[in-house]
Design a protein around this ligand. Structure first.
Ligand code: ADP
Ligand code: MG
Length: 674
């Protein structure tokens, strides 16, 4: 069967299941084949009931003693149990809310029961999956609601049966040999259903290797397309001191260093291609302003693209302070035609030198007079294609490019993703910053916490309260909405309260954001619209409701909205009413322990894998299913070495280059959010 065939071609996958699997990004047979398990259950040998220890994931061979019985406990919870035994001992098979889980069992039946051993009130139990034969090693896939391991295992097995034979080898034989890699067919089979732990590891290594190899080759191709194009160099004499003199604060050592690195780039006749990486609050904006200032001093235009309107407005204010209002132009979505046409005109004639906007900057009508520099703020919020489109706005073949990101990408990944970019790092916060005191606040302390917020307001501070939803949703019980929290706090807090979320009309959003910035609102109840970039230094308290619903990196970003002055600041994380899962709690606890964005990112990466970590759509890493397996520096190094060799090689490299090109194209055509 064709790899591109839809999964509905498989036995047992109808439209309903296909819809569920689509939630995991599984549409074609290829998607299934490359859907790499996150772990395995080793059911290749039997454990005796007597020896099965609590917490162990064991395969038992048992005889059912009695037909399963159903019982209803606590409201909705239904338990179905059946006693069973082997020669060494007894235990109870237990299913929760799976009414048919054991219904077909009869006394005397002999079965393989596999699962994690548990013990309640001294009785051994297991919530098993049942098999007629010893199942061996079984894959454990990342799941979504409504999808079971059993369904995915079945689907993977079917997909392998249907099309493994048709999977042609993608790597040259010499390469397989040099690096001791499994063939593609063996790797695909073994990554799902390995015989041993070692075989599983070898399979993952082979798939990850290929992904890394393609990614490296791809980046090189991308670089050849967009990189080091010739440009008119900027004159840079005296520009940094002149800029520093205009700033309201002294630049930090790190800001100075990054600015000097950028100045050296701008001074060259090849386009700059630089990433400015710095944790939230490290002052990336000032460095961007410097680069824009340098462009203006050279009579060239500079454009700055921000992911949200709120952030664009905020940058606009700073640019006006630096260049004067006449020289700056703000472009955003939903502008009136007349205003937009006027802005286009100013940009086209060179009347403005600094242009700030959202992705509205990418619209076809935007033609620059003489664009010398483009900067993308919070670059991880944009797709590769948007960035490329932005770069292509310059008239010359090349334009200096600076991208900024607070996502501190772990070393392995930054090598993969930005191997061809130069990187400047802001590893120092502006002076006088105090650590943000971060606490996990249990529900029963909620009132006390809000009393504390009230007290902070009385001392002149401002606060954010972030909620996961805009309005109440029936589907998500126990999840607080910004509207409800806003309504509730109006009764409990005696403060000037504001509400901000993405569904409000543009003008209202702007008014609220401006009022908060001006100190006319004390406590701002918001959704994640304030997640990135928003800078109100007087805000000292961040409350996150239903904190378990946010990712680590996101929480770190949210927390970065406070701690922007020398005042003590606080971040309170409230688990939801219904409690949070263990991984969510682990995330929250980590945040209370560290404020180091790098450590947090590293942990996030471990917990979620790079695809998720970077946002599915971002770098097209979704196409690199196995890439998330790369925590192994050695595989990466070898893949890089192999990529270099391939790029210099002759005909035998052609299929790989073609594959890389195809992926690059797919990547650039990926739908990007906003
Ligand atoms: P980032 O974009 O890196 O998260 P910002 O550029 O928003 O950070 O800067 C965070 C805050 O620190 C802002 O209020 C900014 O005015 C302030 N700031 C930046 N650099 C300095 C500095 N050298 N000295 C004092 N304050 C600074
Ligand atoms: Mg910023």
């Amino acid at each position: 069967m064709n790899l591109n065939a839809p999964i509905t071609q498989l036995k047992g996958i109808g439209p309903r299941r296909a819809l569920l699997l689509g939630k995991l990004g599984l549409f074609s047979l290829r998607d299934l084949l490359y859907y790499v398990p996150r772990d395995y259950c080793d059911y290749s040998s039997l454990t005796e009931v007597a020896k099965a220890a609590q917490g162990e994931d064991a395969a038992l061979c048992v005889t059912i003693l009695r037909e399963p019985k159903q019982a209803r406990v606590r409201g909705n919870l239904r338990i179905c149990t059946a006693p069973a035994q082997d020669e060494t001992g007894k235990l109870t098979l237990t299913w929760y809310n799976q009414p048919y889980g054991g219904a077909k069992l009869q006394a005397g039946q002999v079965l393989y029961a596999c699962g994690r051993i548990d013990r309640t009130h001294g009785v051994k139990q297991v919530n098993p999956v049942l098999f007629a034969a010893l199942p061996g090693m079984l894959p454990v896939y990342p799941l979504a609601k409504g999808i079971s391991q059993t369904l995915l295992r079945q689907a993977a097995r079917e997909a392998l049966r249907a099309c493994l034979q048709g999977c042609g080898e993608t790597l040259p034989p010499a390469l397989l040999q040099t690096y001791g890699l499994l063939s593609l067919q063996s790797a695909l089979q073994a990554v799902h259903f390995p015989q041993t732990v070692e075989e599983a590891a070898a399979a993952r290594r082979r798939l990850a290797f290929e992904d890394m190899l393609l990614l490296r080759v791809m980046l090189r191709l991308l670089h050849e397309e967009h990189g080091a194009a010739p440009v008119r160099p900027f004159r840079m004499e005296g520009i940094l001191p002149a800029f520093a003199a205009r700033m309201p604060f002294a630049l930090t050592g790190a800001q100075l260093r990054a600015s000097q690195e950028i100045a050296a780039d701008l001074n060259k006749p090849q386009a700059m291609n630089r990433l400015l990486q710095g944790d939230v609050g490290s002052g990336k904006t000032a460095v961007a302003l410097f680069a824009m200032f340098a462009a203006a001093q050279n009579g060239r235009q500079a454009a700055l693209m921000a992911p949200t309107e709120i952030l664009a407005r905020q940058h606009y204010a700073q640019l006006c302070a630096l260049f004067g209002e006449q020289k700056v132009c703000l472009l955003q979505g939903g502008m009136h035609k007349a205003a937009r046409e006027q802005a286009y005109e100013q940009i086209r004639t060179g009347a403005v030198t600094a242009i700030i906007g959202t992705h509205a900057l990418l619209q076809a009508g935007v033609e620059f007079y003489d664009l010398g520099l483009v900067i993308t703020d919070e670059q991880h919020r944009f797709g590769v294609r948007q960035r490329a489109a932005f770069g292509a706005k310059g008239k010359e073949p090349g334009v200096h490019t600076l991208i900024m990101s607070a996502t501190p990408i772990p070393r392995t990944l930054s090598l993969i993703l930005y191997g061809d970019l130069d990187i400047s790092v802001l590893d120092e916060l502006p002076p006088g910053r105090k650590p943000i005191l971060t606490r996990l606040v249990p529900q029963r302390k909620r009132a006390d916490m809000y009393a504390f917020v009230q007290a902070q307001v009385q001392q002149g501070r401002q606060a954010y309260v972030v909620c996961p939803l805009v309005e109440q949703s029936d589907a998500l019980e126990n999840v607080l909405s910004a509207e409800d929290v806003f309504a509730a706090l109006q009764h409990t807090l005696h403060v000037r309260l504001g509400l901000l979320h993405g569904q409000m009309p543009q003008a209202q959003k702007e008014a609220v954001a401006a009022a908060f910035r001006a100190g006319e609102i004390d406590v701002l109840v918001a959704t994640t619209v304030i997640e990135v970039g928003v800078d109100v230094p007087n805000a000292a308290v961040m409350v996150v409701e239903n904190a378990g619903r946010f990712g680590l990196a996101q929480l770190h970003q949210l927390r970065g909205r406070v701690g922007r002055s020398s005042a003590a600041s606080y971040c309170f994380l409230l688990p939801g009413q219904g409690g949070e899962g263990e991984t969510a709690m682990e995330r929250l606890r980590l945040l209370t322990k560290t404020q180091d964005g790098f450590a947090i990112a590293q942990k996030d990466l471990e917990m979620r894998g790079p695809g998720e970590f970077l946002g599915k759509r971002q770098h097209g890493l979704s196409q690199f299913a196995a890439a998330r397996l790369v925590t192994d520096m050695e595989v990466l190094r070898q893949a890089e070495e192999a990529a270099e060799a391939l790029l210099c090689a002759g005909a035998e490299a052609q299929p790989i280059l073609a594959a890389a090109r195809a992926r690059l194209l797919a990547l650039q055509n990926e739908v990007v959010p906003n």
